[in-house]
Design a protein around this ligand. Sequence first.
Ligand SMILES: CCCCCCCCCCCCC[C@H](O)CC(=O)SCCNC(=O)CCNC(=O)[C@H](O)C(C)(C)COP(=O)(O)OP(=O)(O)OC[C@H]1O[C@@H](n2cnc3c(N)ncnc32)[C@H](O)[C@@H]1OP(=O)(O)O
Length: 723
Amino acid sequence: MAQYSRVRGSVALLRLTNPPVNALSAAVSRDLERAVRSACADSAVRVLVLRGHGGTFCGGADIRELAGLVDVPFRVGVSSLVALVDAVEAAEKPVVAAIEGVALGGGLELALGCHFRIAHGQARLGLPEVTLGLLPAAGGTQRLPRLVGFPAALELVATGRDVSAEEALALGLVDHVTDGDVEEAAVEFARRVADEPLASRRLSTRPPPRPADLDTLLQVALERAQRRARGALAPVACVQAVRAAATLPFTQGLQLEQELMAALLPSNQARAMQYCFFAQRIVGKWSLPGGANWRNSPARAVSRAAVIGLGTMGRGIAVSLVRAGIPVVAMETDEKQLRVVTAMLEREAAKQRRSPDSYLQLVQFTLERRDLGDADLVVEAVFEDLALKKRLFAELSSSCRPDTLLCSNTSALDVDALAAATRRPELVVGMHFFAPAHVMKLLEVVCGARSSPVAVATAMQLGKRLGKVSVAVANCPGFAGNRMLKPYVEQASFLLEEGATPQQVDAVLEDFGFAMGVFRMSDLSGLDVGWRVREEAGLAGPTVPPGESARRRHGCRYSPLADLLCEHGRLGQKTGRGWYLYEGPGGRAATPDPWLHDFLDQYRRRHGLRPRRIDQQEVLERCLYALANEGFRILEEGVAAGPEDIDTIYVLGYGWPAHRGGPMYHVAAVGLPAVLSRLEHFRRLHPDVPQLRPSALLRHLVAEGSPPISRWRELLKGLRSQL
Ligand SMILES: CCCCCCCCCCCCC[C@H](O)CC(=O)SCCNC(=O)CCNC(=O)[C@H](O)C(C)(C)COP(=O)(O)OP(=O)(O)OC[C@H]1O[C@@H](n2cnc3c(N)ncnc32)[C@H](O)[C@@H]1OP(=O)(O)O
């Protein structure tokens, strides 16, 4: 909890101890407050140093308590941390925070209550509460602007971004940075400042910042927040709270901060975002049917990797590996791509304030397969063609070291078929990155039927090392993410046939919180991607059996609209035309296209479809429930281990708004009986759309009385599991 010992005679060393991240639960906050008070009362003590146990300062307030997951009387819980920070700031002896690891959320607020802050060079500091649907409510929104100025504080609080020790020093957030022992440095520093007057070090007493352009700053911050997460409450509350630092005296600002927090804490959005936080940790605890799991299966060290193919995906993967300090052999025949990767690495190095060479020297470009011989792991990112990939895997199996892991970045193809092409099927896994791979935080690790525990453990661990959240899924067409996308996109297409427009469907989805509606997203990714997949599956193009009706495939309803656009050369942003019109090829600003509306009218007339008025609710329910229904099938078949895995995939990989938790969380929040009844209704209206047939698992959960989502994982263990 909190120990207090004396070092160098007059320095009280307080150690905050609550592994693994020294979270400030109510009990820990009270204990630490007591320790601070007794150190202050000790006449032998002249100065206090506060540090965290186990290499980290503090990960903030205990999120389990805030989320109501553990039993603490609410008011007691939330007020203890505020009281602690106030007591630290009011101490009559200097208090120095010795920060290493992280000082996040309430942890940084505690440090802001201290009179001085020393940080280790590797430390990270920030106020990420907004990512939990909350705001910093232990004085952070009022103290930070008084320390680092209004614009920087506004940005940090509203985005939740954390900063390095170096940036913290530049901002004035910390007083000193050391690459040595942080406790040593803090004790030394403390002895030097032991007699300094404290009045000006108490941030609550500093005058409020008064930026001349306050209104513009607030307006810009609000617009940015809206763009990033439309409909999210927390970023708006963050902006309001920081505004108060400039417009109200400290105590009134603090009061507003707490009132805003009191409104956010019980909100559905905060619940959903805290669910996402824990879901992203649950998914790391993978297991395989044979009993291997994250605890008992050590990962193999990856000290050298190879990437084959430096197209859009391959180059993002190469950059991610280099950024994590892993030397990469990159194989690519097109010289243009080498130049693109080099430029990307230079940009990344600049962003990280590193020399370009520190990154460039980690990459070796090659045309020779023998240069891959030394790699511990190879990621293949060539064109999405099963025959091509199988050939490549067979060759790699002969040319690479016998223990090299062979990974495919395929987004939908059969990982077992790739494994079967090698002489080491146990060392083959899918590593499905999301574009742009150096930005997106998700990695789907596809476990083939023969993938060994060490292969899965290594891929999962490598994802984490690259700063991603790895989710293990079993092998099936499209895995979890892309498989669920199919019914979603299909419903959107059917809605166009029935009378909707792309902008109407997109507006509903964007109002729900998606950064982009389905049609804008498909223009961005390129319509030809799905077209190729449908051609391979015999749904489009020359492989469709002769005589098959345009709107039916395998006896079910089919919409050929996207195929027809591709045939017209409308591939999306890259051709300047798709579901929307753009300024030109590569343009980004989508405008409704009169051509498309004529085309839809003609199409409907040709097929005898009478357009009807479609309301927002129908758009939302058909698209989202069809998607979640496929999610239930994925759980039923054991392709994903629990709803948390699917929700993490959708929030981190597909732009599902975090404040809505994810598709499975969303349907649980709506209520499973209501979702079942709407799916049954749509199924009656569209009997030739199998995706609208409620899944057996959804029916089963409703029959079981709709248990809360936190219990599904356990219930699923009794079903067929591939994970
Ligand atoms: C009537 C109404 C009155 C209302 C009055 C209003 C007044 C309210 C006053 C409230 C005061 C609130 C103060 C504060 O502003 C709020 C907060 O501080 S919220 C918390 C902010 N902190 C964070 O968001 C940090 C979250 N954690 C992380 O980012 C990472 O965990 C890490 C710290 C960077 C460490 O990363 P890793 O090393 O990768 O480890 P893991 O992520 O896997 O975590 C390990 C383990 O720890 C658990 N954990 C992490 N952080 C917390 C936490 N803050 N609380 C609880 N538990 C935490 C995590 O879940 C893992 O455990 P596992 O899930 O694996 O069991």
